[in-house]
Design a protein around this ligand. Structure first.
Ligand SMILES: [Zn+2]
Length: 406
């Protein structure tokens, strides 16, 4: 019963049902009242209550035309009515304080495909409104449907909707959705957008992938290829030389990192000062006064368990750590293989470089001495001083790739 009514306005068969009913009604009316009630226009149904309020607010007869069915029952105690100009109005007493909402065109078609108010989107919570750029949308209890001329109408909900919102919805670089959400392996989900992808899995959470990193990921076989699901969004960083060179991007996936605009790889044993052997060792002779920060860095890198960072012994090469004062404009910390690790007191003695920043400097430079090149935000190997003291996903992956997991 319900489904036949619901398709009215979209489906010829149900229109015919109403036409037959109207003809019957006319015959009955003529039989009862031969004086002239047949002059009443055919198929005009009363519009009342909350549906009439929405009808009038949205544009009345010009916008909707006449009702094409009597107000009828909808799911869970709601009501609905369809109109000549490709729109309907849906009402439920507990949705948006009992305000009814218009829904029409391709957006209504998509909603119908997904099961109307009984599907995952449930009732509309807004009428159709203009998007931030040419396009339209309705909000629903369970998500939204967005339409544009280039992309058609697509639903969006849940964690993917949230991630899309973080990047500015259709106005951000992801643009309009170009697919609905679809299921992926391991109870995951994905959705295509004009400007990229959003992928979710319970283990990796929800992340956007776009640009050149997306292209490389797609070429390798999406989430089923060698990289797997994204485990972070794209972050800024880079290894370009010079104080302004942070133009690169990184994104971590389950099985590897993809970088963009990097000259160097993320790591190279040949860049380290580690002496190889059954237990690889980084032997350091510390002449620096930043002893607490130095000790902290030694302990943290030693906790990774593969390369022994030793402060005594004579295994070559020996990395010398020393303080220099070379004034403004150079570096805070610097590592050059064969030359040593230098700390610039000009910066490190300033109040701004409080304990955590100086600790970050020692951790970072010691990371270089272990073979790690620069990476991106959320990592110790970001090419800029932060207060971060925890290793990030790329720090961990690079260390493991060179020296193995502990
Ligand atoms: Zn560095």
């Amino acid at each position: 019963m319900k489904s036949i009514q619901q398709h009215h306005g979209r489906c010829r068969r149900s229109t015919r049902v109403f036409r037959v009913a109207a003809v019957l009604a006319t015959i009955i009316t003529l039989a009862l009242d031969p004086v002239g009630a047949s002059a009443r226009p055919r198929d005009v149904y009363p519009i009342g209550g909350a549906i009439k309020v929405e009808y009038d607010e949205t544009g009345g007869l010009d916008f909707f035309g006449n009702a094409t069915n009597p107000e009828s029952d909808a799911g869970r105690g709601g009501r609905w009515q369809a109109f000549e100009k490709n729109s309907s109005i849906y009402w439920h007493p507990r949705v948006t304080d009992g305000h009814a909402h218009q829904i029409g065109g391709s957006i209504r078609d998509k909603w119908g495909e997904l099961g109307w108010e009984n599907g995952p989107l449930k009732y509309p919570t807004s009428r159709e409104v203009a998007a931030g750029k040419p396009g339209r949308f309705n909000n629903f209890e369970g998500g939204a449907i967005y339409w544009s001329g280039n992309t058609g109408a697509h639903s969006i909900w849940g964690a993917i909707f949230g991630k899309w919102g973080n990047y500015g919805w259709e106005n951000g670089r992801l643009g309009f959705p170009t697919s609905d959400e679809f299921a992926t392996r391991d109870n995951g989900a994905g959705q295509h957008m004009e400007g990229g992808e959003i992928y979710y899995s319970p283990r990796t959470q929800t992340h956007a992938v776009w640009g050149a990193i997306r292209d490389q990921w797609v070429k390798a076989g999406w989430e089923n290829g060698r990289y797997g699901y994204p485990t972070t969004d794209e972050v800024n960083g880079g290894d370009a030389a010079g104080t302004s060179g942070y133009e690169g991007k990184c994104q971590s996936f389950e099985n590897d990192v993809i970088t963009w605009n990097f000259k160097n790889p993320l790591y190279a044993k040949s860049f380290s000062s580690v002496a190889p052997g059954p237990t690889p060792q980084l032997t350091i002779f510390n002449q620096s006064k930043y002893r607490a920060e130095f000790d902290n860095a030694v302990n943290q890198w030693n906790s990774k368990g593969r390369v022994k960072v030793a402060t005594v012994g004579d295994r070559e090469p020996v990395l010398i750590v020393q303080d220099v004062n070379i004034g403004d404009g150079e570096f805070v910390g610097n590592y050059i293989r064969g030359l040593g690790l230098r700390l610039n007191t000009y910066y490190m003695d300033q109040p701004y470089y409080s304990g955590d920043r100086n600790r970050n400097v020692l951790l970072h430079e010691m990371g270089h001495a272990l073979g790690l090149h620069h990476s991106c935000e959320d990592n110790i190997m970001l090419a800029r001083v932060t207060e971060r003291l925890q290793f990030g996903p790329i720090d961990n992956r690079s260390y493991q790739a060179m020296w193995g997991a502990s």
